[in-house]
Design a protein around this ligand. Structure first.
Ligand SMILES: Cc1cc2nc3c(=O)[nH]c(=O)nc-3n(C[C@H](O)[C@H](O)[C@H](O)COP(=O)(O)OP(=O)(O)OC[C@H]3O[C@@H](n4cnc5c(N)ncnc54)[C@H](O)[C@@H]3O)c2cc1C
Length: 480
């Protein structure tokens, strides 16, 4: 069975005036919110249509305040949910057990960009794109680039170990984190490591925090490592007759020793919905045309500092893809054309969600198994009578599957469709893959965890949680 709200929601006693007054004395009355508008706003993210009401929303501004607030929450055993920008797709930031939401939006400062050591120290409420642009101005590169980069926060990226198109060459958020300041649920403040590139000093608490989804501690500062910004790139859109041919071509590109900096996939249906959305909602029609008879598209980006090398690699990509059923390749010659192709890719998720309610999965398998995965998902869709739109970061085997509600009844959507999702996860695991490549488990995938991980693994995770959070106050009900 999949996730159902009714199983999670428990009745808790409202937080008393005494405790609310303690919160106010720490962060000021103006940063303690009990009104229904703020509570509603902080009770949903971008996961389906889920909505939960916290009792109170707190907006601290520094580490000491987070520590003082957590001490109170811990003493009174209040469910406490850390929140970034609320763009999550697995429900990680939802206060499913009511209680307190700690919003990190006032932690919005880039504290230092250390050009000599290629490092930067930031607060967790900095918007990802703001950080990317700030380091780019200094010729530096922070590669993790979720499609939501214009609104999501760096702290949320770390807590979910977010990826994005450039992960295929440069890695995900966890690959750029050197050191983290964390407030534990008990209120203690720690740094997880040191600002160094090598570190074999005991267990790796830094990496444990990456992908911990706000269940182990609240991140209050992050030290990232950076790279030099690649000066040139080439972007092409390659059409294929079928999803399967596109998937086979991806594996072949890597087998031929080419390492694109982006290898994004979308099926025709995803593009069609995005074109519609760009025209009708964004008022910014797409001028690129889809090609007759072609049902799947790859966006292949190559980057580096030497144009000749890039052009040679682009020719090699063309040589590889012509062995599959590919059509005429579109080269984006200008920055405007590149922006337009990325606009298509970045708007797929909002477009599909504008079209209908969706359940969104982000399964990941070894690249060579992508054809079996995508064909299997379409078969499962037929069996359970739902349509899917597939797209994603296929260069690293990470497929986003949006299941469309369209005309399905509420009851069917909350029962049979969840069974179908269970089958998708079983198929994924049988192909050597796992449940989530980058969106995390949250509540949406929690019921399926035993498909991917055995009881021993889950018990180890529960044990770690208990050590960090003996009273189980921080983001309760998430992951397992
Ligand atoms: C249109 C769209 C496109 C997207 N594209 C991508 C993509 O390409 N790649 C990708 O990986 N994701 C993508 N996402 C998913 C989402 O944007 C990411 O998961 C993002 O990292 C969430 O950041 P956030 O600040 O919104 O976090 P939230 O949703 O607010 O929270 C996410 C989790 O982090 C925890 N958390 C937040 N801040 C802290 C903190 N300071 N300390 C401890 N825990 C914290 C929360 O408790 C929660 O568990 C997309 C989402 C949308 C809507």
């Amino acid at each position: 069975m999949g996730y159902t709200k009714e199983l999670e929601t428990i009745e808790t006693l409202p937080i008393g005036e005494l405790i609310i007054n303690q919160f106010k004395s720490i962060i000021g009355e103006e940063n303690v919110f009990e009104d229904s508008e703020t509570r509603t706003e902080n009770g949903h993210d971008k996961t389906e249509d889920y909505q939960f009401m916290p009792d109170v929303v707190l907006r601290p501004a520094n580490t000491q305040q987070v520590s003082e607030l957590l001490k109170i929450c811990n003493t009174h055993k209040l469910p406490t949910t850390p929140r970034g920008a609320g763009t999550g797709l697995s429900g990680g930031a939802l206060p499913i057990k009511k209680g307190v939401v700690i919003s990190m939006d006032r932690f919005n400062k880039i504290l230092n960009i250390d050009e000599l050591n290629l490092q930067a120290t930031v607060e967790p409420g900095v918007i990802t794109e703001v950080f990317q642009n700030a380091v780019k101005e200094k010729g530096l590169f922070y590669p993790p680039d979720p499609a939501s980069s214009g609104s999501c926060f760096l702290g949320g990226n770390l807590a979910n170990n977010s990826g994005g198109p450039k992960a295929v060459k440069y890695g995900v958020t966890r690959d750029y984190v050197l050191n983290i300041e964390v407030v534990l649920p008990t209120g203690e403040i720690i740094w997880t490591a040191a600002n160094v590139l090598k570190n074999s000093t005991g267990y790796n608490l830094t990496q444990l925090m990456c992908g911990s989804e706000g269940t182990l501690g609240i991140i209050t500062k992050i030290v990232f490592k950076l790279r030099g910004f690649p000066k040139k790139n080439v972007l092409m859109m390659i059409p294929f007759s079928t999803n399967e041919e596109a998937c086979k071509a991806i594996a072949a590109i890597y087998v031929n020793g080419i390492t694109p900096s982006g290898m994004e996939f979308f099926e025709k249906e995803a593009a069609a919905k995005t074109f519609d959305y760009c025209e009708k909602v964004l008022n910014s029609p797409v001028t690129t045309k889809l090609i007759e008879g072609m049902n799947a598209y790859l966006l292949c980006e190559l980057d580096g500092n030497d144009e000749e090398v890039l052009m040679r690699d682009a020719e090699r990509v063309m040589g590889v893809v012509e062995k599959f059923e590919s059509g005429e390749i579109l080269f984006a010659d200008t920055e405007a054309q590149k922006a337009e192709l990325w606009k298509i890719r970045k708007n797929i998720s909002p477009a599909v969600n504008w079209y209908t309610l969706t359940k969104s999965d982000d399964v990941v398998v070894p690249r060579s198994n992508l054809p079996k995965l995508i064909n299997g998902i379409k078969e499962i869709g037929k069996k359970y009578n739902f349509n899917t739109v597939c797209f994603g970061h296929l260069g690293d085997g990470n497929l986003h599957v949006n299941i469309l509600k369209e005309g399905l009844s509420e009851e069917y959507w909350n029962t049979k469709v969840n069974d179908g999702i269970g089958e998708i996860f079983k198929l994924t695991v049988s192909l050597g893959g796992t449940l989530s490549g980058e969106h995390g488990i949250g509540i949406a995938k929690k019921p399926y965890m035993s498909i991917a991980l055995g009881e021993v693994n889950l018990n180890l995770m529960r044990g770690i949680k208990k050590v960090f959070d003996p009273n189980g106050i921080l983001n309760p009900g998430k992951i397992f």
